[in-house]
Design a protein around this ligand. Sequence first.
Ligand code: ADP
Length: 794
Amino acid sequence: EPSSLSGLPAGVGEALEAEGVAELYPPQEAAVDAGVTDSESLVAAVPTASGKTLIAELAMLSSVERGGKALYIVPLRALASEKKAEFERWEEFDVTVGVSTGNYDSDGEWLASRDIIVATSEKVDSLIRNGAPWIDDLTCVVSDEVHLVDDSHRGPTLEVTLAKLRKVNPGLQTVALSATVGNADVIADWLDAELVESDWRPIELHTGVHFGNAINFDDGSQREVPVERGEDQTAKLVGDALDTEEDGQGGSSLVFVNSRRNAESSARKLTDVTGPRLTGDERDRLRELADEIRGVSDTDTSEDLADAVQQGSAFHHAGLASEHRSLIEDAFRDRLIKCVSATPTLAAGVNTPARRVIVRDWRRYDGEFGGMKPLDVLEVHQMCGRAGRPGLDPYGEAVLLANNADTREELFERYVWAEAEPVRSKLAAEPALRTHVLATIASGFAATRDGLLSFLDNTLYATQTDDEGRLAAVTDTVLDYLEVNGFVERDRDGGREGLAATGIGHTVSRLYLDPMSAAEILDGLRTVADDAVAGESDEFVAADDPTADAPDAGFTTYTRAGEDGTDGDPSEEPASGDDSTPVVTPLGLYHLVSRTPDTYELYLKSGDREEYTEVCYEREAELLGDVPSEYEDVRFEDWLAALKTGRLLEDWANEVDEDRIAERYGVGPGDIRGKVDTAEWLLRAAETLARDVEGIDGDTVVQVREARKRLEYGVREELLDLAGVRNVGRKRARRLYEAGIESRADLREADKAVVLGALRGRERTAERILENAGREDPSLDGVDPDSSASAAAT
Ligand code: ADP
């Protein structure tokens, strides 16, 4: 009985009962027995959808009841607000909740007043680096999906963050939630935690493989689903689930495929299955939903999604805008959308169960591997775990697809009978340690090499490894790098090696930059600093610059500037110090931040190499730094890939249509947003770093700021003021500008009919915009939109 739980705020047990939690699930019971409501640390390794969140809530609520403060670490930013909304129901019991999003360089001081804080591991890491005062007050930390410590990109951050939190707060209760993995005991060992491990699920799961005319399930049963030659296996299985009524309703399906493009084409194909099975009422509601989807953005992706959804089928992948994603997830939970074709991102965390899960692709292209690679067992198990909606379905079914008998046997061996892989720490790699070693020193967790190594001893890596020397060796390599780049100072006098972050090292750590990104940005900015280029005269560079003998070095920039720029007379170039400094343009800055390891560059497709080589030489004068030699294959390709990314950003800042950008670069609207956000963040960091570059002038700093603002709004320079008004945005700003309204001040004074005309007669929008611009009387009552044309002419 939840109401008999002790240690929680009064009434929580009753509230749980009211929500339908009549009794605790067995793994929850085991967690309580292990002391989770009594400050005990715990690792809960249980299947998807078996109530891990409630285990975390019990821990956090009891900790708060004892006067403490809890932190819930989510694996994805998209989940942070979802979790916050879920925990907000406890506000009724005076438990306050806050979510930490936003910039990586703030200390989130306001969160000090919250009882429960939700954040990603990157955000927590940055809060520690920026000295968030409340970190010391934490009494309970929850790590959701802790098996992701295995991820080579993001795992090390989670690992180091947990180690830091535990070091600052020795009595900290640590609750780690994990999928069922091969070595949950090692994780428990690392965190000094009790272990609750279980295969229990609230709803039965049957896993099987389809081949030929039937699905064979793991319990030995069979289900006939005949597929004739030339028929589509997936379509038959989706149709079969829909035609099997339980509770008067057919079952929905979730189809996992290996790429975004496959998700989209699968969704389109499956409209043939879902469309004819819709009721009239469903059709009406889906038409409304489709309109809503089209309203989110004006892109092909949006249009394709709406077309499929109108027929009861949808796709879901990381290229979708977040509004699109949540519309799809909600409509699928409401059983309005009958089938979702998804990439594996959906399997991670989002709560969207279906009666039947179909794992259509169990191999995926892997660039590093150089071919198709089978998915991890853990990943496939998580997909399968999405099958079965408690309270709605009598059971869940997960089906893998085989096209011959041998593959059927292989799939049983590889996935159905197999245990998930053990989790392995990825900390002992240079990119991960580069950033974490600097942050550890800068935040005062280590002042000597020995201290650093003993701090690293608190990580999962140290718990797991047999090779004691490896971590120390990589750490030393990284220390050399940080020293050479001026981020760390080492004092080798005496027996113990002392370590300290330099001023710029502290800045880099707080900005949350990979030190290698910071070094790249600093180098780029130095090429436009006065003393780095021509100084007072051109002979000076030639004599002093060791690279001056190389073709073009040092001179290219101003020869080209002369060609492109306003001042075309070459004889004047060396004379004036100002002319010799290369022009700083948005493209130069976008290219610079795109070539840092903090940006995922776009890939070069076939034909791109030629195209961007040409762009590269055409616009060389704008690029900050020397173009690598074409013979340095990898570096040159990287340079071009960054240029492609930089051009995408430039297009965005030049008001090119989202759709056009998506098509030109082969990306989705969600990707554009992601690239823009990252570049904005890096340019903000560049502005701060610029203060540490000797010889940089104020104009350059202004250029950096303006290049960032243009990305923020996706507009040309002249629209910056207008686009900053809430609800205006890039397209409306342009239309207002064309109607003669050029600034926020103009908006306050403008003829209302003109405003209305520029906003295509949308009264409510116009009123809201006028209000946001600070107009005293935003009401549009009595304004005749038809008069706008004549008004605009006056
Ligand atoms: P997990 O985090 O393990 O994937 P969730 O915590 O999201 O799973 O739980 C899945 C669903 O089960 C949620 O809708 C939750 O409200 C419900 N649930 C959790 N515990 C119980 C319980 N003891 N009784 C009934 N429903 C529960």
